[in-house]
Design a protein around this ligand. Sequence first.
Ligand code: F3S
Length: 399
Amino acid sequence: MHLTSEEQALLNGDSGDAAQKAMQILETLGRIYGAERMIPIRSVQIAGVSYANLGEAGLEWLSEMAEGGGRAQVLTTLNPAGMDIENYRALGISEDFAEKQRRVLSAFEAMGVVTTCSCTPYLFGNLPCFGEHIAWAESSAVCYANSVLGARTNREGGPSALAAALTGCTPAYGYHLDDNRQPTLHVHVDADIRDNPDFGALGKVIGDRIQSESSGRVPTITGIPDASLENLKSFCASIATYGGVALFHIPGITPEADCYEMPDERFHVSQHDLDSGKASLTNADAEEVDFVSLGCPHLSLREIQRVAELLEGKRVIKEFWITTSRPVKGMADRMGYTAVIEAAGAKFATDTCCVVAPIEGRFHAMATDSAKACYYAHAKNHFKTRLLNFEAVIQEALE
Ligand code: F3S
């Protein structure tokens, strides 16, 4: 693997211990994946921020990198943390956990990382351009950046994303290269796809099929006439969770779809497939639901506006979390949406989400509009789930 003189200097330790360790990680990854060189990047998104996932070993490693002089060389933002940094007590997070989570964030801050704590960095400033090389972790954001924005990133892990941030480069392999962005599978959808649960269920159906056959496929999906930003973020989260998909194309919607030939290999998704996929994500009755959550991935301002419209003058009777980023919450505050939502008894869970917060054992069944949240509610927190559309989720909190 060819390194420039600057990259070799980082590897030799000329810029300190942290940069040297970072370059060692990247050089090793490059050799494993057959990269011929490094490629400069413009931004990084780091996942693995919750203390619940990092634990003491992860915190120690981050502290070492900060003390070793590690400094982000490009715009670097963070995935959700394990708690709302300002409002954690109202969400039932212990002081002990809060203290550890704060130490994690301090280590990132010392390295010049922007502590935004959100899986939708593209909604508030970390918005890569078409064709731009980036190094992002967080599977839903990776899929969104590659597919919807046309930026170029592999699915980084927490350490490789931090290493890219501290050096400003990443090995040139995988989705950074034209050849690997070509579709390898044609999926035709013959079903009515309208709202987030439809898009989420579609991501599950396609993802399950890809996962059962072979990973690393790039599908071109036809039969979807229209999709909003919110639908696409939901779809990205789902197809990445269930199928490990990091890139797809949809003609008329995503920017690279027309750059490639349609692949010969093809399968259909029928209305029956979609309905079965959706039904498989509900295993709780309405009466069992004791937790309601919207915002996986983090809510946009438009979605928060809709929550405020539907809750105005009403009172929720279940624990109801609205998960979003701090910058979007700031806009909701200014627009008066926060006041309406909090007056109804719902809680903002800013900087965090229902998956990375330490809430295992606290609830029995969760209602959500997110297929990804259903997956992790089962797998991580052992909750039962109900997958409903946006309006029905809010109704569930009121009944
Ligand atoms: Fe984001 Fe948490 Fe869902 S990180 S995509 S809200 S699981």
